[in-house]
Design a protein around this ligand. Structure first.
Ligand code: MN
Ligand code: MN
Length: 328
């Protein structure tokens, strides 16, 4: 960051435009319609999917995108630890919200996927979806997979969650928030042999809950394994194994302890602190990100707004991981 570069994303000048005024977009990025086509192709389009019809417990994540936009007004473009300025490296845009069908998981997934596929320049623009419950991840994974040339064996995946999300179905629903990853693996959008789920912790319904991961070669790092240090070495080995392969990042906010992220639908105690999760993510700096999502923020259970605030910082961290890759 020695020489001064022209920013690729124009952010409102804070000395002229207060952060608390105006219409809230993610991190104050311009709306995608205002980015001149052809002149500055959007590198990352961030869009909301305000849908929570896939939950198995508390509803309310449909209000996640709005709360996260609001909480993200204080995000700034420079990452101290990674030494990147995302506004210099990327053209970033808020693409608004995907259309949703509140009474149907599958119809919402199809609508959101179609919306995502039409964003920006299909050869360049990467997709960051903001939920909504975890069911919406399938839509962004599918759109990303298609845009990244439909890799036959599927994309590699880093999955951060208290839960495995590989349940066959719940209440007869195959497309709910407990099942996005089993569907993505079945459809070869994700390669389970290059997938790692971190932050997993109890209680579980049955010991058989872990069978799918074990049988399909998904690597699981429980929160306890991370805490003991053993998981850290395995995360590093996973990153090394990925090399420069494109990897999709699916971030369920409930991987973080409810003390730090209370605003979520299926909270599980004894998880990452905010600082833990930044440390974990930063181990993946310069990984080749294909796309990402952040899901399960439930503002009604977030009285202080800390969960939405954390989610807005996670969006920033994700973009910085990608910026560190572009900046190598
Ligand atoms: Mn979860
Ligand atoms: Mn999840």
């Amino acid at each position: 960051m020695a020489e001064k570069k022209e920013p690729r994303t124009t952010l409102p000048d804070v000395r002229e435009h207060p952060r608390f005024a105006g219409v809230a977009t993610f991190c104050r990025f311009p709306l995608i319609e205002s980015v001149v086509p052809g002149h500055q192709p959007v590198d990352w389009a961030i869009y909301g999917v305000p849908f929570d019809g896939g939950v198995t417990y508390r509803p309310g994540a449909r209000f996640g995108p709005r709360a996260i936009r609001d909480a993200s007004q204080y995000i700034k473009p420079v990452h101290l630890e990674l030494g990147v300025n995302i506004a210099e490296i990327f053209s970033l845009a808020d693409a608004g919200d995907a259309p949703i069908k509140p009474y149907s998981c599958k119809d919402t997934i199809d609508a959101a996927c179609g919306f995502a596929l039409a964003l920006g320049d299909p050869a360049i623009t990467k997709l960051l979806a903001v939920g909504g419950d975890h069911s919406i991840a399938y839509a962004n994974i599918k759109a990303t997979w298609q845009r990244r040339g439909r890799p036959k064996r599927g994309l590699a995946m880093l999955h951060l969650d208290a839960h495995l999300d590989t349940v066959e179905s719940v209440w007869g629903e195959k497309w709910g928030h407990a099942s996005p990853l089993i569907r993505a693996i079945e459809d070869s959008l994700i390669d389970p042999s290059r997938m790692l789920s971190a932050g997993i912790r109890g209680p579980h319904n049955a010991t058989a809950d872990l069978d799918f991961a074990r049988d399909h070669g998904v690597e699981v790092v429980t929160y306890d394994q991370w805490r003991s240090g053993e998981g850290t070495a395995r995360l590093d080995a996973f990153k090394k194994r990925l090399g420069d392969d494109e990897v999709y990042l699916s971030f369920d906010i409930d991987c973080v302890d409810p003390a730090y992220a209370p605003g979520t639908g299926t909270p599980s105690c004894g998880g990452f602190t905010s600082a833990d999760i930044f440390a974990l993510l930063r181990r993946f700096a310069s990984v080749n990100l294909a796309g990402a999502d952040i899901v399960e923020v439930l503002p009604d259970r977030d009285p202080s707004g800390v969960t939405a605030l954390l989610a807005s910082h996670i969006i920033f961290e994700i973009l910085c991981l990608a910026a560190a890759h572009s900046n190598r």
